[in-house]
Write a protein that binds this ligand. Structure first.
Ligand code: ACO
Length: 309
């Protein structure tokens, strides 16, 4: 049986940091409003001329180094992004070139907004299990600061830029154990960027808590596991209240949840690999542990992945 295992993680945050106090000078808002509603304290914004593929490149190099492989061993690249630097070519093709990979392996972007990383991870896993790829680079990279409507204070204070990456490799042992993905396009108007981000915050909140808890339940039931079997939950970092409400609904303890939203804001497809890399590098995530990732994004798209680390 072929499985896929994560053999390296990496992440990158642009140098420029904007605190809530900085935003107070830009829009009619306050640190207290932002912090109590979202848990966000600060976010990183890309510099002028710093592109989605640049963020992806920094995160990927770190993941490749952590994996202890040469870039050219990567035979497939998937970049989850909803903020590519151009319509085409894909960020994945640009990244392949910037990494100097010349082996001709496939490279493509995955658009499932904040659900993008779990969609991409599941896709990479299926390619590896099917024998069509051996070493896959999966990246979540976003420059959401270019999609913000600075006249809409209900959204512009919530998002940030960043990138995270993992290297997946074929293995005889799991690895990625299972995944569940869903979408429901009926709700596409509740959260969209056309071309700037607009959202019905309350409706998104309610929907998110319901489907995130139900997709994790679905995943665990399928594996005949319960919440107490989860060592770490690595959720999409949209909002601390969504994370806390979902955790409560699942009967989990916040002590087992990796939270980075305070310092990153909502980085869409980049938020899970950014949080994952943080918890791997600080030693919280260890070999043999059960890790669950869950995310929801515009569409809506949502899903969860179970990993034996
Ligand atoms: N600063 C100060 N006041 C604000 C701001 C702001 N940035 N934005 C809105 N307000 C005001 C509103 O105008 C309103 O004032 P009013 O009562 O005088 O009309 C008041 O604050 C309350 O606004 P609400 O929209 O009711 O605030 P709510 O408590 O619902 O919080 C929020 C808004 C944070 C967006 C919330 O609905 C939420 O957390 N939604 C979840 C959505 C989310 O996190 N999305 C992330 C993207 S989705 C994803 O990643 C899947």
């Amino acid at each position: 049986m072929i499985y896929s295992r994560i053999i390296g993680t990496g992440s990158y945050l642009p140098a420029r940091v904007l605190t809530n106090y900085d935003l107070e000078k830009m829009v009619d808002t306050s640190h207290d409003w932002i912090f109590t509603r979202s848990g966000i304290v600060e976010r990183h914004f890309a510099a002028d001329g710093e592109l989605t593929s640049d963020l992806a490149l920094h995160a990927s190099r770190k993941a490749i180094e952590a994996a202890g492989i040469q870039a050219d061993e990567i035979d497939m690249i998937i970049v989850a992004t909803t903020s590519p630097e151009m319509e085409f070519p894909s960020t994945a093709c640009i990244l392949q070139d910037k990494l100097g990979i010349k082996n001709g392996g496939p490279a493509f972007d995955m658009q499932a907004v904040c659900g993008g990383f779990v969609y991409a991870l599941n896709t990479a896993d299926l390619y590896i299990r099917g024998g069509q790829a051996k070493t896959v680079l999966v990246v979540g990279a976003e420059v959401l600061s270019r999609l913000l409507d600075w006249n809409d204070r209900t959204t512009c204070v919530l998002f940030g830029d960043g990138a995270g990456a993992v290297v997946l490799r074929a293995s005889g042992e799991p690895g990625i154990v299972a995944a569940k993905l869903h979408a429901d396009g009926q709700h596409r108007d509740l959260l969209k960027a056309d071309p700037k981000i607009a959202m019905d915050g309350k409706a998104v909140f309610k929907f998110a808590v319901n489907v995130l808890s139900s997709v994790v339940d679905e995943l665990l039931e399928d594996q005949k596991m319960s919440g107490s079997d989860i060592d770490w939950m690595v959720p999409h970092q949209a909002n601390i209240r969504i994370i806390e409400a979902t955790t409560k609904k699942l009967g989990l303890d916040m002590a087992n949840v990796v939270v980075t939203v305070a310092n990153h804001g909502n980085t869409s497809a980049a938020s899970i690999p950014l949080a994952l890399d943080t918890a791997v590098r600080d030693g919280r995530i260890k070999a043999g542990q059960n890790i669950v990732m869950e995310a929801i994004g515009g569409g809506f798209t949502w899903g969860a992945v179970l990993i034996k680390w």
